[in-house]
Design a protein around this ligand. Structure first.
Ligand code: KIV
Ligand code: ZN
Length: 522
């Protein structure tokens, strides 16, 4: 039996964002609860249809994140991931309890490799688990998504059988993961088309794509999936995700928008928020966006060659297939200087998408004044860095009060630091192999820790030698990592603040008991 798919009109594509689950799972990209909430709020505001907020059974932190996001998200469906087990599914349901619209996403490996080596289950046992898990999920909610993990390496006959069983048991979305990023676009298109044609009850579910980028084809494969009949794409901001990542949300959305002639679809995502989302995710994950990354890279709309510049000046369409404004890229604008008042500052925050409570506003305003005193021009990016810094560090127990560093060719470099440790000021000095090392040693002499520094990254927020330096620091302890960042015109002060912020996060993590039950989703 062959069914044909109507692509004559424009069909809506459901955008399922998994930045907070698959993205956050990628090594080093872990986010705090506050950061996950910031990302979820932005995803909801930009019109993402489904937000996969985490894997509730994986840790208490994941549970808490899913449950907090479930409580606050208003528009999007909030989704929690669960393996094919009763405990996983019940835990996901509990985390999603307060969501206005909730989805449970349950999965099991179906390929021969996964069945034999990872699960040690026969095809019949996997088949039974599919039915049991979907049935269990359906007892909690009508919105159930089911995924055959490693679908692209699963025998077609078995895949059709389990997809049919999942739909019969009540799955409303069938997600087809290319877990290892092995497929090619045509192959993936025909896999989806084959399933829709062969599975008798295929019309009772929405088919979805979940493509990893190991061969750099995740976006192409996802779009191939649409042409095969899928109507949901799973993707992440900046393509964050396991190994080489997932399909990048911004690329999927803009490909659909720009190439409506060959991709007759639309999404509900407000594309003008893409750059903001990219910056936020890059900053909370400390994963820099490559300069030439499509849509959101620093150079994505920069024209360097004379011929290109000449053409763009005469008519932007000569070398631009989309406008920078359509993805939310604005000319960096000059903010008021040190004479600007509270009113103008509040207006600017609103324009940049920040809404701060009264206390946070006052603190941010004070920092803005300090910055304007030290820096000639304060740009939008400076304000963004300053506010993000303020939001991230407000509730921290340990704060940097003062830092003096002696650096230069003469060595040894020395740092004298004063920290506020829960209301008590402590000052220590230390030497080190360079000023950053000396600063971190001085901090460690006040708050000793054995965490390994696995990332130290500096980038200039704007141009010029008086630019603020944004420093990201990642610390690893007991196989888990925390990432923190800070911005200041003085690179060493930002380094000290970022390090202290990471130590604060480590302490919060230690305080929470977080039994790691699973870490196996792809
Ligand atoms: O890549 C994958 O297979 C996954 C599943 C859990 C959907 O992330
Ligand atoms: Zn995945």
């Amino acid at each position: 039996m062959t069914k044909t798919i109507d692509t004559t009109g424009k069909d809506r594509v459901i955008i399922f964002d998994t930045t907070l689950r698959d993205g956050e799972q990628s090594p080093g990209a872990s986010m705090t609860l506050e950061e996950k909430i910031q990302v979820a709020d932005l995803l909801d505001e930009m019109g993402v249809d489904v937000i996969e907020a985490g894997f509730p059974i994986a840790s208490n932190g994941d549970f808490e994140a899913v449950s907090e996001i479930a409580k606050r998200v208003k528009r999007a469906v909030v989704c929690g991931l669960a393996r094919a087990s009763q405990n996983d599914i019940d835990r996901a349901a509990e985390a999603l309890r307060h969501a206005e619209r909730r989805r449970i996403h349950t999965f099991i490996g179906t390929s021969p490799l996964h069945r034999q080596y990872q699960l040690q289950l026969s095809t019949e046992q996997v088949y039974e688990k599919v039915i049991a898990s979907v049935t269990r999920a359906r007892s909690h909610t009508d919105d159930v998504e089911w995924s055959p993990m490693d679908a692209t390496r699963t025998e077609h006959d078995f895949l059709c059988r389990v997809v049919e069983a999942a739909i019969k048991a009540g799955a409303t979305t069938i997600n087809i993961p290319d877990t290892v990023g092995y497929a090619t676009p045509e192959e993936f298109r025909s896999l989806i088309a084959m399933l829709i044609a062969r599975v008798p009850n295929a019309d009772k579910a929405v088919f979805s794509t979940h493509c990893h980028d190991d061969l750099g084809m995740a976006v192409a494969n996802s779009l191939g999936g649409l042409l095969g009949g899928a109507r949901q794409i799973e993707c992440t901001i900046n393509g964050l995700g396991e190994r080489a990542g997932n399909a990048a949300l911004e690329e999927v959305v803009m490909a659909i928008r720009t190439r409506g002639d060959v991709l007759p679809f639309y999404t509900n995502v407000d594309a003008s928020m893409l750059v903001r989302a990219s910056k936020l995710v890059s900053s909370v994950s400390a994963f820099p966006v490559q300069y030439n990354k499509a849509i959101v890279g620093k150079n994505a709309f920069a024209h360097e060659s004379g011929i290109h510049q000449d053409g763009v000046l005469k008519n932007a369409q000569t070398y631009e297939i989309m406008t920078p404004e359509s993805v939310g890229l604005k000319e960096s604008s000059l903010v008021m200087g040190k004479h600007s008042g509270r009113h103008a500052f509040r207006e600017k925050l609103g324009e940049l998408g920040f809404q701060l409570g009264d206390n946070a506003f006052e603190d941010a305003f004070r920092r803005f004044k300090d910055l304007a005193d030290r820096k000639k021009h304060v740009f939008d990016e400076d304000i963004e860095a300053l506010v993000e810094d303020e939001v991230a560090t407000r509730s921290e127990l340990i704060k940097v009060i003062a830092l003096t560093v002696i650096a230069g060719t003469g060595g040894p470099q020395k740092a004298i630091i004063t920290l506020d440790v829960d209301g008590r000021h402590e000052t220590r000095e230390a030497t080190g192999n360079g000023p950053v090392d000396a600063t971190f040693n001085a901090i460690k002499s006040i708050i000793p820790n054995k965490a390994k520094l696995s990332l130290f990254q500096v980038h200039a927020v704007t141009e010029g030698t008086d630019a603020q330096a944004e420093v990201s620091v990642r610390l690893e302890e007991d196989g888990k990592s925390v990432t923190a960042r800070a911005a200041d015109p003085d690179t060493l002060v930002s380094a000290a603040k970022a390090y202290v912020s990471a130590v604060n996060k480590l302490m919060t993590r230690r305080a929470k008991t977080a039994p790691a039950a699973v870490a196996e989703a792809g």
